[in-house]
Design a protein around this ligand. Structure first.
Ligand SMILES: C[S@@+](CC[C@H](N)C(=O)[O-])C[C@H]1O[C@@H](n2cnc3c(N)ncnc32)[C@H](O)[C@@H]1O
Length: 274
């Protein structure tokens, strides 16, 4: 199925972000080539020993995490609907000498492009907010998993995405956006990327969807997966809100008075019954 106008706008926006992300400190491409691990430690701990495992990374962007997982021993495949992202991921694979296969495809079409099944399906880090339909997302995950295979996601928490900061003092937040799903996407203009700060993109308009924690968990359960763990985190590895505090561990947290009130990320581990 062709992308609708929301998907087209999002893809144009993501394509345009790639050059800036490739050059950014956040993605640290030169560091990756020099062997610096891009992955967040809690993801490494969660996925466990990857030696010889087949893994598909959904919405892999420029492939840093995908190839980081390859460095840990997995045979990796990445999919993303942004052709520029896929070109960058292939380039990174070639220039770093870390093997990986990358396919340009919309997530919902990806089972028609990548035919096999995998030991691990890996995703997250700002991925599902771009997806209109989590029920269909769950079906894609099940289709890609071998019986007994593992699914892992770490994402921005939907309560964190409901915070707003535009009309309040720096470091203050109010609950202003909905927590629950609505069919109509949220339209936002991209005034800068999480990786680059201010920049000037032509394709500014992007559309995202709210997915509550319950909706996400049920999408996985209804697709036939068994949930093994669900963890809510008080820190995160990127900075979607202004006024966050970066700790000595490099992680971002809300100012202290909010820390026990709002989770910033969640992670879920699940498996497909054998
Ligand atoms: C924030 S990035 C994900 C971050 C990535 N995991 C990383 O660590 O760099 C979101 C990615 O989702 C991709 N994306 C958005 N909607 C998609 C869709 N419908 N199908 C496939 N990829 C999509 C974008 O192109 C983008 O590369």
């Amino acid at each position: 199925m062709p992308l609708d106008r929301y998907g087209e706008a999002n893809r144009a926006n993501w394509d345009e972000r790639v050059a800036g992300h490739w050059a950014s400190e956040f993605y640290d491409i030169e560091g990756f080539k020099a062997g610096k691990p891009p992955l967040y430690q809690i993801d490494i701990d969660a996925v466990g020993d990857l030696t010889g495992k087949s893994l598909i990374h959904l919405q892999c962007h420029i492939g840093t995490d995908t190839l980081g997982l390859a460095r840990l021993g997995a045979n990796v495949t990445g999919i993303d609907f942004s052709g520029e992202s896929i070109n960058a991921a292939r380039r990174l694979s070639e220039e770093s000498g870390v093997p990986g296969r990358f396919f340009e495809t919309d997530l919902y079409e990806s089972p028609n492009v990548v035919k096999e099944q995998f030991d691990i399906v890996f995703t997250g880090n700002g991925a599902i907010c771009w997806l209109p339909d989590l029920k269909a997302w769950g079906q894609v995950i099940t289709r890609f998993l071998k019986p007994g295979g593992t699914f892992y996601i770490r994402e921005g928490h939907p309560l964190m995405w409901a915070l707003q900061y535009d009309d309040v003092a720096p470091g203050e937040y109010i609950l202003e956006q909905p927590y629950f799903y609505s069919d109509a996407p949220f339209a936002e203009d991209d005034e800068g990327s999480y990786a680059d700060g201010q920049w000037d993109v032509k394709n500014k308009r992007q559309y995202n969807w709210k997915h509550s924690l319950g909706e996400t968990v049920m999408a996985l359960i209804n697709a036939g997966l068994v949930i093994d763990s669900l963890i809510e985190h008080q820190e995160m590895n990127w900075e979607p809100l202004p006024g966050m505090i970066t700790g000595e561990d490099g992680q971002r947290r809300l100012p202290e008075k909010y820390q026990d009130f709002v989770p910033l990320m969640f992670s879920i581990k699940a498996h497909k019954p054998a």
